[in-house]
Design a protein around this ligand. Structure first.
Ligand SMILES: Cc1cc2nc3c(=O)[nH]c(=O)nc-3n(C[C@H](O)[C@H](O)[C@H](O)COP(=O)(O)OP(=O)(O)OC[C@H]3O[C@@H](n4cnc5c(N)ncnc54)[C@H](O)[C@@H]3O)c2cc1C
Length: 448
């Protein structure tokens, strides 16, 4: 049954009201599709997009999480067919013991396969393996006309590619065939490298191209000679026989972290530029200069933030926004970090990474260049002004902002950043001429 609910993305901004339904079976979903009347519709997975990508104010929202059946798995090839509400956490728990891991994972395992395709997510291995959509063979999609269409690279390829990174606007993905890859154990062989400033990051990043996975925590509060200092983590799935020396200690640390909950920190009082600078200083100093090798579990490597429950509450009751951009130009990266550090508004959870060549077109985000992702407490107009200024730098060199993290980009800036939007929209309109699938993000950007 449809029920009115307040919903938000991970940033808890904006919050909207929509008629929601949580079907457990495909038949219930199809009945809900018929029953929606003339109302627009949208899929909501695990709500880990930050802004309004999975929101539809006043419309009908299908919560897909319980459509979570594993349908078929080939243990020889690693091909998995599953419903789109299956989460990456579920896939890892089911198939890691059999020696398989998802092709691409984001910074949290609490995303659905449908959401991973909707935002065409990238991971620490983008420079080697591309995006999640590069490992999908086929999908079944419920289109705005009410048809269930099977599509792939060969069958209805336009719908297939428009849906990968299509932000839920081409239809509702019902099931997916995705390739899982063999791993020998649950461990990661990792190196940490301290970078004293942004120039050093660029050098270390180039030197790290042979590592399958790279990501760097960056201090966006530091000014002067240490601007852009950070700690790179690079590595890959461990070889057979690798031992995890600190296993018991790490397990205990993980257990302690899981007892922490972000909700009691919801007061706006404790997070300010002084506390952020102290946190950054401690975090930076805890890694001594040079390169250090270690073996860690896959969770602290891929999903460190998952250890703290509800960490999205720590930014206060107005929520937070993330700014994630990619620019093909080191000077633009420098200019953006300079503006953020001068503003004093940035937060401590900032990451920077070089993407590889694979550019997927349409509404997909990654392109060759450097991506920076940074959370900001929702400070209203001063923050929105800063983000508009950052947009100018991004646009000046042909870069883009990630729609899966966005809650405020203007239609004009979006259309400059994603010049293929018109081609994408023609395909979308062909499959959904009445505009059944809509979202607040789509309306804001002139796509719905
Ligand atoms: C801590 C954290 C770290 C993150 N790190 C990364 C990262 O490293 N890389 C990255 O790319 N992203 C990252 N993200 C963003 C996240 O991976 C994406 O937003 C992902 O899409 C969320 O999946 P979800 O199931 O929560 O989808 P939702 O947030 O619920 O939905 C996202 C979009 O997908 C659409 N969608 C969902 N299900 C379906 C379906 N069945 N059919 C059609 N459309 C559907 C929605 O309509 C919406 O447009 C991170 C998020 C968090 C909270």
């Amino acid at each position: 049954m449809w029920a009115q609910k307040k919903i938000s993305g991970w940033g808890r901004y904006p919050v909207v009201e929509a008629d929601c339904i949580r079907p457990e079976r495909r038949s219930e979903l199809l009945a809900a599709f018929e029953d929606r009347g003339d109302e627009p519709l949208l899929a909501y997975g695990l709500g880990r997009s930050y802004g309004d990508a999975a929101l539809l104010d006043g419309g009908r929202v299908v919560m897909t999480r319980r459509l979570d059946r594993m349908l078929e798995f080939d243990p020889e090839s690693g091909w998995l067919r599953c419903e789109a509400g299956v989460s990456l956490e579920q896939i890892i728990h089911t198939f890691l013991p059999k020696g398989f891991f998802p092709p691409v994972v984001p910074g949290t395992q609490f995303v659905t396969v449908g959401g991973a395709i909707g935002c065409n997510i990238h991971g620490k291995n983008h420079h080697v393996d591309g995006c999640f959509g590069d490992h999908v063979r086929s999908m079944e999609i419920l289109t705005g006309k009410g048809d269930i269409v099977e599509c792939s690279r060969d069958v209805e390829p336009e719908l297939f590619w428009a849906t990968i990174g299509g932000m839920g606007l081409t239809g509702l993905i019902l099931s997916v065939e995705v390739q899982l890859y063999r791993v020998a154990n649950p461990y990661i062989e990792m190196e940490t490298v301290r970078c004293e400033n942004l120039d050093e990051f660029f050098v270390v990043s180039e030197e790290s191209a042979d590592f399958s996975h790279t990501v760097t925590w960056i201090d966006c509060a530091k000014r002067g000679a240490g601007m852009g200092r950070g700690i790179m983590m690079r590595g890959g799935h461990a070889k057979a026989g690798t031992q995890h020396e600190d296993g018991a200690v790490m397990e205990l640390a993980d257990h302690v972290m899981r007892m922490i909950d972000g909700r009691p920190f919801e007061s706006n009082l404790w997070l300010n530029s002084a506390t952020i600078s102290i946190f950054n200083e401690v975090y930076f100093r805890k890694t001594p200069p040079g390169t250090h090798r270690t073996v860690v579990g896959y969770e602290p490597f891929f999903f460190p933030l998952d250890a703290v429950n509800n960490w999205n509450y720590i930014y206060g009751d107005r929520g937070f926004l993330q700014y994630q951009m990619v620019v093909p130009d080191n000077e633009a990266t420098r200019e953006i970090i300079d503006q953020i550090s001068a503003s004093g508004m940035g937060s401590f959870l900032a990451v920077i990474k070089d993407f590889g060549e694979l550019d997927h077109g349409g509404l997909s985000f990654p392109m060759k260049g450097t991506t920076l992702a940074l959370d900001f407490p929702n400070l209203g107009t001063p923050l929105l002004d800063l983000m508009n200024r950052l947009d100018d730098v991004v646009m000046s060199c042909g870069g883009r902002v990630y729609l899966g993290k966005d809650a405020r980009l203007s239609e004009a800036n979006f259309k400059t950043m994603y010049p293929e939007w018109e081609k994408w929209k023609d395909i979308r309109d062909k499959w959904d001429p009445d505009g059944v699938f809509q979202s607040d993000l789509g309306r804001r950007l002139g796509l719905s």
